[in-house]
Design a protein around this ligand. Structure first.
Ligand code: KG4
Ligand code: ZN
Length: 359
């Protein structure tokens, strides 16, 4: 008997994902997205997302099992995103995961969503080297990390964003440019027709006295909005604006990530999260890593954005590391900081107990 098959469930935002992983190998996965239902509001509507998860969870788990030619009874452990994310959305995934784990009598593991993004890469490129530098760039987070053993060691933050996340910057500027939601892929698409040198957008926090690994994207967002306003009454050269914005974001992200590898003597850079799907982020990271003699790892596009396979990947690592499962009354943590890959916020009972002690 090898290690158990781990079912991973992701429901932190607008994607319902289920994935099956064993021994670092992806056996099957499926995703349903409520993106289209949010498009007309220009952003994710939490209630709509939560309701969509209720409808999608069972069919998505079923599709993942079918793709892997497995039955539910083959599942030996369940991993689920318990944070960070939208609280109603997280609740639905956790309730479903608890039901399955309880019915099957198998362990349940609470997983940090961002650790899932990191682990996604292992499904394509194998175990992560220890140590590696990880650049996480998603819609809600931008962080530069030093990762040792992803499920055993604490995750060290070299730098984080002081304001907006990189994906948030793309999403908000896309709106100002009149591009559809989600903005990142739309900017990436129209940028192909534009000139990245057309507009000289700022490169925030890249001065000699700035924190070398901290990020800031709200000034860049404002600069892009001002540039668009400056065209009032005239046609906006959207392609040039998009290409120039994308160049600024890719430049700052990759410059800082490569510098972190060099300073810490780390030979591998892993770029993960939704914005790792960006074509310019990928190509510039490749160019700069090659020049610096750093190995670059970026998950394939389908594993960059939110999915259940990445949560199963963390679950599989936890199970094989002999991690303690979460209690069945474990709760969600919508604003969990990334400290460890396993996320076991206090269970309802012990949280209540802690409060009684405090009072
Ligand atoms: O990781 P993810 O799927 O969800 C979060 O955990 O936030 O990331 C979503 C973010 C959104 O901001 C989206 O606009 C951005 O990733 N994104 C992209 C691309 N594809 C997705 N940004 C730039 N270029 C892309 N090709
Ligand atoms: Zn994500």
């Amino acid at each position: 008997m090898g290690s158990p098959i781990v079912l991973g469930i992701e429901s932190s935002c607008d994607e319902t994902g289920a994935g099956l992983v064993r021994d670092g190998r992806l056996l099957g996965h499926a995703i349903a997205s409520s993106m289209d239902e949010h498009a007309r509001y220009g952003g994710v509507v939490p209630e709509v997302a939560a309701r969509a998860h209720v409808h999608s969870l069972r069919p998505v788990v079923r599709r993942a099992l079918n793709e892997a030619s497995l039955r539910l009874s083959d599942v030996g452990a369940v991993a689920v995103t318990t944070g960070p994310g939208l609280s109603g959305a997280l609740q639905v995934g956790l309730a479903g995961a608890k039901g399955i784990a309880y019915a099957l009598g198998v362990p349940l593991h609470g997983v940090h969503h961002l650790a899932g993004h990191v682990a996604a890469d292992t499904l394509e490129h194998g175990p992560l080297p220890d140590p590696c530098t990880v650049l996480i760039v998603s819609g809600g987070h931008t962080a530069l990390l030093l990762v040792r053993d992803l499920v055993r060691d604490p995750i060290l933050h070299l730098g984080d964003t002081l304001d907006d996340a990189a994906g948030e910057c793309f999403d908000k500027v896309a709106r100002v440019f009149g591009l559809p939601y989600p903005g990142g892929p739309a900017i990436d698409r129209v940028a192909r027709e534009g000139d990245p040198r057309a507009v000289s957008f700022p490169r925030p926090l890249t001065g000699a006295r700035d924190d070398p690994y901290a990020f800031s994207f709200s000034g860049l967002k404002t600069a892009a909005a001002r540039w668009a306003e400056g065209h009032a009454g005239r046609e906006l050269p959207v392609a040039d604006g998009a290409a120039s914005l994308q160049e600024a974001v890719a430049d700052v992200l990759t410059r800082k990530a490569v510098a972190a590898c060099a300073e810490h003597g780390v030979g591998t850079l892993v770029v993960v999260g939704g914005v790792a799907a960006n074509s310019r982020v990928r190509s510039l990271a490749e160019e700069r890593c090659r020049a610096a003699g750093i190995e670059l790892r970026v998950p394939p596009l389908r594993l960059c954005t939110d999915n259940g396979a990445m949560i199963a990947a963390v679950g599989d690592l936890l199970v094989r590391a002999g991690a303690e499962p979460a209690p069945l009354d474990v709760s969600i943590d919508p604003s969990a900081p990334l400290e460890y890959a396993a996320l076991h916020p206090l269970s309802a009972r012990s949280a209540g107990g802690a409060k009684e002690v405090a009072a």
